[in-house]
Design a protein around this ligand. Structure first.
Ligand SMILES: [Zn+2]
Length: 66
């Protein structure tokens, strides 16, 4: 038992950044979803996924950011 939860977050497939974001709000509607990484400049439809533990206060524990 225990109160730990895991939450999936999308990460850059190139550098592993968790700041991946959609290129535009329309992505996935009329066009395939395009993801953009502000850290390494990656741009494309592929993304990675990791699980991060979520504490009681809802704060995410992320791996260190370069
Ligand atoms: Zn990246």
């Amino acid at each position: 038992m225990g109160g730990r939860k895991a939450q999936r977050v999308r990460v850059c497939p190139i550098c592993g950044s968790t700041r991946l974001r959609k290129e535009s709000p329309l992505s996935g509607w009329l066009t395939p979803e395009i993801w953009v990484c502000p850290d390494c400049g990656y741009r494309g439809p592929i993304y990675g996924e990791i699980e991060v533990e979520v504490g009681e206060d809802g704060a995410k524990r992320e791996e260190r950011e370069g």
